[in-house]
Design a protein around this ligand. Structure first.
Ligand SMILES: Cc1cc2nc3c(=O)[nH]c(=O)nc-3n(C[C@H](O)[C@H](O)[C@H](O)COP(=O)(O)OP(=O)(O)OC[C@H]3O[C@@H](n4cnc5c(N)ncnc54)[C@H](O)[C@@H]3O)c2cc1C
Length: 490
């Protein structure tokens, strides 16, 4: 039956939920605080550059194909895609940089060059990762968890050890590989999940199936093109989109969600789906009696890191870079400690350098380079201009020295972005960029629930809920929410 649904927030979670619900026949209105859609995946156009402000790794391509397939459409109608080759380049502290390609044989040769027998062990490691990935996608990701018994189900209890749910990734990788470079390549992606290799369950070795086996993909024109494609999709599906209209209150009548109040008035609805940061929605948009989780609950979560980012537009091309570039400090543990154990600005951080114009002509003028540096940092830090500048300068100089570039020359555009921007732009809890870390006890049933515990017809999705952080996860979460809304509104 056709119902009125209001979606609060136009990040990937909100856009895809709105699409699913409109496709299910509902009358959907989406309200977004910012002038543009995309949330953390918004873009910034200036001086001929198109900067993706947030995500830049397009992993798990089949999740996106499934989304469009669910809607009876094809992804190609909305945005194009290409596989990156090389997948990424890695710079180390003491060793030469290496290039990772989409070809497994080349990755095996690379790991063999790190340590004798490393190639064969990588093959076995990736076979096991594929098995775990297939189980995760088939059984764990595309479902709602409401009770602990659903999580600790027969499959998990009988296969938990094989799936490596109960050991840490750090120890697991250490059992297979001794060479620091091999270990770092197999663990760096934990930062994508907002956690550290020590805290992450070894199940997350599935991330290596993504980057080493499935390969790294990129939308033509960047995430900006993907967001634009979704905006067109919402138009095709008849969703009403209201940008620059923050929700001020979630309205509740007789224990049911009744709509949303914005500065422009009230949007009546039979159901509300919140994609905005969960903690913000609960603490700022709902009266205390309607909150599922208290302020104390949020203050006791393990927050994912936030990001110190500098966007740079250059008037020339850089040397020795690929599209994605990673630098791993050695030892890298002090940086993880500075994020999770003893919050402080890192002295010698690992970092990521995106250079989308390496192979995408749409994001910079010919001969120019579109670059950003990203340093994961604790959300619990003082974020002053002076500190930002100091850390950014250190990282730019460091990358210049290891890549053979003068990173201070020919800068046409420079913008630094960190804690307070995440807060003011997205209402991010404590300025976290990624929400909640994926520790074992913040996974699946242990993440904040998708159904409100207090208000019928009120739902949540996006990176704070299950399945969690990352663009593909938000698409999966929206499919789960579609089914929950269907059950509840039936
Ligand atoms: C710097 C960075 C790099 C990343 N890199 C990657 C990557 O390479 N690959 C990957 O897969 N993932 C990456 N991620 C993670 C990924 O981007 C996120 O997990 C995902 O985009 C989150 O989507 P979301 O819909 O849950 O939240 P959001 O994108 O934050 O959407 C929430 C929306 O709600 C809006 N909102 C907030 N308050 C209100 C209100 N009161 N009223 C109305 N609207 C409101 C916000 O403005 C926002 O648009 C990265 C994230 C960051 C920050």
């Amino acid at each position: 039956m056709k119902k009125r649904v209001c979606v609060v927030g136009g990040g990937f979670g909100g856009l895809t939920t709105a699409a699913y619900l409109a496709h299910s026949g509902h009358d959907v209105t989406l309200v977004e605080k910012n002038a543009e859609l995309g949330g953390r995946a918004r873009s910034w156009r200036t001086n001929g550059f198109v900067f993706d402000l947030g995500p830049s790794w397009y992993l798990m391509p089949e999740v996106f194909e499934r989304f469009f397939g669910d809607l009876g459409r094809q992804r190609e109608q909305y945005y194009g895609l290409r596989q990156l080759d090389p997948s990424y380049r890695v710079f180390f502290e003491k060793n030469d940089p290496v290039t990772v390609t989409p070809r497994i044989a080349e990755s095996e040769a690379l790991f063999e060059s790190f340590e004798p027998g490393g190639g064969g062990r990588l093959r076995e490691y990736l076979q096991a990762a594929k098995y775990k990935y297939d189980v995760a996608v088939g059984e764990f990701l595309y479902r709602e968890y409401r009770s602990i018994f659903q999580f600790f189900n027969r499959r998990l209890l009988t296969e938990g050890l094989k799936l490596n749910v109960f050991s840490s990734l750090d120890r697991f990788v250490g059992r297979h590989f001794k060479d620091e470079r091999a270990r770092q390549i197999l663990q760096y992606a934990m930062v994508f999940l907002g956690t550290s290799p020590e805290q992450a369950p070894a199940l997350y070795s599935i991330m290596s199936h993504l980057d080493l086996t499935q390969g790294v993909w990129f939308p033509k024109g960047g995430m900006a093109a993907m967001v634009a494609g979704l905006e067109r999709l919402l138009g095709d599906l008849g969703v009403t989109v209201r940008t620059a209209q923050p929700a001020r209150e979630i309205l509740v009548r007789n224990g049911r969600a009744a709509g949303v109040r914005t500065d422009e008035g009230t949007i009546d609805a039979d159901a509300v789906v919140v994609n905005a940061d969960y903690a913000h929605a609960e603490l700022d948009l709902l009266a205390p009696e309607y909150r599922s989780y208290s302020a104390r609950y949020w203050s006791r979560r393990v927050l994912a890191p936030t990001m110190l980012i500098v966007y740079l537009g250059y008037d020339h091309k850089l040397n020795n870079v690929a599209h994605h570039n990673l630098y791993f400090s050695q030892p890298w543990k002090p940086h993880f400690d500075a994020i999770f154990e003893r919050p402080q600005w890192p002295e010698h951080p690992s970092y990521y350098v995106s250079c989308a114009s390496y192979d995408d002509p749409e994001v910079a003028a010919p001969g120019h380079e579109n670059v950003f540096f990203l340093v994961p940092v604790s959300p619990h830090l003082e974020d002053s201009d002076a500190i930002r500048e100091r850390v950014v300068q250190r990282v730019m100089d460091h990358f210049g020295s290891i890549s053979g570039n003068d990173m201070n020359r020919g800068i046409l555009v420079k913008r630094i972005y960190s804690h307070r921007d995440f807060k003011s732009d997205y209402n991010a809890y404590q300025g976290t960029s990624l929400g909640l870390a994926h520790t074992l006890f913040q996974t699946a049933v242990f993440r904040p629930q998708m159904r409100s515990r207090k208000v019928r017809g009120l739902f949540y999705n996006g990176q704070y809920t299950h399945p969690g952080v990352g663009v593909p996860m938000t698409f999966i979460g929206s499919r789960i929410v579609r089914d929950i809304v269907a059950q509840e509104l039936a």
